[in-house]
Design a protein around this ligand. Structure first.
Ligand code: GLN
Length: 548
């Protein structure tokens, strides 16, 4: 049966990319939640990859992983952090995914001899995705990736145009995010690019209902009126989206400009109830009043592309919020730690805590091992995430167990694979099997898995739970044959898969804070619910900073 109460908000972007459409969508989701509505956010990506899992982090930033094991666009991370609603596989679709389904249907003969075309077959498949897996939500916010005018996004724009026609005004709203550049020499905000991008949309049959205008300066009323006049809108639906100093100020800033009010007016919703923004006010109040300062070093290889560590950066900030502290991140390129003359004492001199995050491939790995050796010996708080945990295992094996050839099979053939290719494991859908020739896309150990914490361990005191669930994305795993050797020498595996076969967490009890995790805790941290590992790491680093 057709659901006639759910409302769709389609978010498009114009003028330039990197407008912060993802954050705008996430903030609008949070504002509608604050008004008591149930929301779901979705991202429609026009590129031809089936998912971003095989893309280089240099090109596409972080790959966000959902509980149900999808490798998705990093905007889904914003959606989850702002709304707390766990993202799902069905919340991110790409042209690649749509076309592979359409072509698979064609090969099966499902189209009964028809000529397969972008309209209607591809657009139908897009609409089907948009309308699928809706379970009682009041609003579905669908962000269209890319910029209006891109060739790739045409079928998506066409699909939402058709949906407006099919579902009507009362169930669909078009929100267009644009940019008003400030031209210094003229001393003015320019509206022309916005006018052009709206014209472009209108040419495709879409009249935006609300414009969200990104700007560095306040938009004078005359400029709003001018945009409204040229773009066929009322002035109050031209909303100013001023740059904010923190992303967590965005919901309140957009609220003050009337974004959620205009959406509610558009859909004729009850306006008597004021939104409950206490959660966001509290976060901003902590941010503005934090008095501690702490420096966290991130030793990685994508340090020139910080979008590759989006969730990590946010989780660290959440750890700061939990401790009323401002966290400064210092980026350390792991390759710079590989040189024999690298002066680690100097590089780490004002660092209070270190994270070696996830990563792939051998390049930079020796530098990460050197960093871990330094923090282990110098008792600097350390969190190793996924690849970071695997490198902590190699460091300890080489320097404490004296297994000098300890390596990972990710780096090529080795006689001592302390970290090896995961060929079999139990997932919720049964036994998973892989070998070295498996496809690269979508074949890692992905999504949420339970982990059992050791009684009386340090991590158990942090999580205050026996069984935790965390998200994974890796192909290699710590070799469990060496567990006893590690434990005899002071490194224990305090978290294991429920069947005891996979080491998931390590810790060094004699170190003030040394933890390695095979999963990605950063993916589940929220500003209003900081992840316990990050809160605890920042607390320990703050203590360290006070000792320096
Ligand atoms: N490259 C490692 C693996 O595949 C670690 C992956 C990661 O850090 N996410 O196991």
């Amino acid at each position: 049966m057709k659901n006639t109460s759910v409302k769709f908000i389609f978010i498009t972007g114009g003028v330039v990319s990197s407008l912060g459409k993802g954050l705008a969508s996430a903030s609008l989701g949070a504002l509608l939640q604050a008004r008591g509505y149930i929301v779901k956010l979705r991202k429609l990506d026009p590129y031809l990859n089936v998912d971003p899992g095989t893309m280089s982090p240099y090109q596409h930033g972080e790959c966000y992983v959902t509980d149900d094991g999808a490798e998705t666009d990093l905007d889904l991370g914003h959606y989850e952090r702002f709304t707390g609603v766990p993202a799902k596989k069905s919340d991110n679709i790409t042209t690649g995914k749509i076309y592979s389904n359409v072509i698979a249907n064609e090969r099966r003969g499902d189209y009964l001899g028809a000529t397969i075309q972008v309209i209607p077959h591809v657009t139908d498949a897009i609409k089907e995705y948009i309308l699928s897996d809706i379970n009682g939500e009041d609003f579905i916010l669908c962000e269209i990736g890319g910029t209006v005018g891109d060739i790739e996004s045409l079928p998506f724009i066409e699909a939402i145009r058709q949906l407006r026609n099919e579902l009507g005004l009362s169930q669909t709203c078009f929100l267009h995010v644009t940019l008003l550049p400030y031209i210094k020499t003229a001393g003015e905000l320019k509206t022309k690019p916005t006018q052009h991008s709206v014209k472009e949309l209108q040419g495709m049959g879409i009249q935006p209902d609300i414009l969200l205008c990104r700007t560095e300066n306040v938009i004078p009323n005359e400029q709003k009126a001018k945009i409204a006049l040229f773009c066929n809108l009322k002035s109050e639906t031209v909303i100013e989206a001023l740059d904010c100093s923190s992303i967590y100020e965005v919901p309140i800033s957009y609220h003050l400009q009337g974004l959620d009010l205009q959406i509610c007016k558009y859909f004729n919703l009850d306006l008597s109830q004021k939104p409950d923004l206490s959660r966001w006010n509290k976060i901003n109040q902590i941010q503005n009043s934090s008095d501690g300062n702490v420096n966290i070093g991130i030793v990685g290889k994508y340090t020139s592309m910080i979008d590759a560590y989006k969730s990590l950066i946010e989780a660290i900030n959440h750890g700061g919020l939990a401790n009323n502290a401002k966290v400064k991140i210092k980026w350390i390129d792991s390759e710079e730690l590989e040189n024999e003359n690298s002066d680690l004492t100097n590089i780490f001199k004002d660092i209070n805590g270190v994270i070696v995050p996830g990563g792939f491939g051998e390049r930079g790995s020796e530098g990460k091992i050197n960093a871990i050796n330094f923090v282990r010996i110098n008792k600097i708080p350390f969190l190793g995430i996924c690849f970071g945990m695997q490198m902590a295992v190699l460091e300890f094996a080489r320097n404490v167990l004296n297994l000098k050839d300890a390596s990972s099979s990710e780096f090529g053939v080795t006689t001592l694979p302390l970290v090896g290719l995961l060929t079999e494991w139990q997932s919720k859908s049964g036994l998973e099997k892989r070998n070295k020739d498996s496809d690269l896309g979508g074949t890692m150990r992905l999504g949420a898995y339970d982990c059992k914490l050791l009684e009386k361990s340090f991590v158990k005191s942090i999580y205050k739970k026996e069984i935790i669930s965390e998200r994974h994305r890796h192909r290699y795993e710590v070799n469990n044959k060496f567990i006893l050797d590690f434990e005899k020498n002071g490194l224990i595996f305090s978290g294991m898969s429920p069947d005891n076969s996979l080491p998931e967490i390590l810790e060094i009890p004699m170190h003030p804070w040394f933890v390695g995790v095979q999963f990605h805790p950063e993916l589940k941290s929220k500003p209003f619910d900081p992840h316990p590992l990050f809160s605890s790491l920042i607390e320990a680093s703050l203590k360290k900073s006070r000792l320096l």
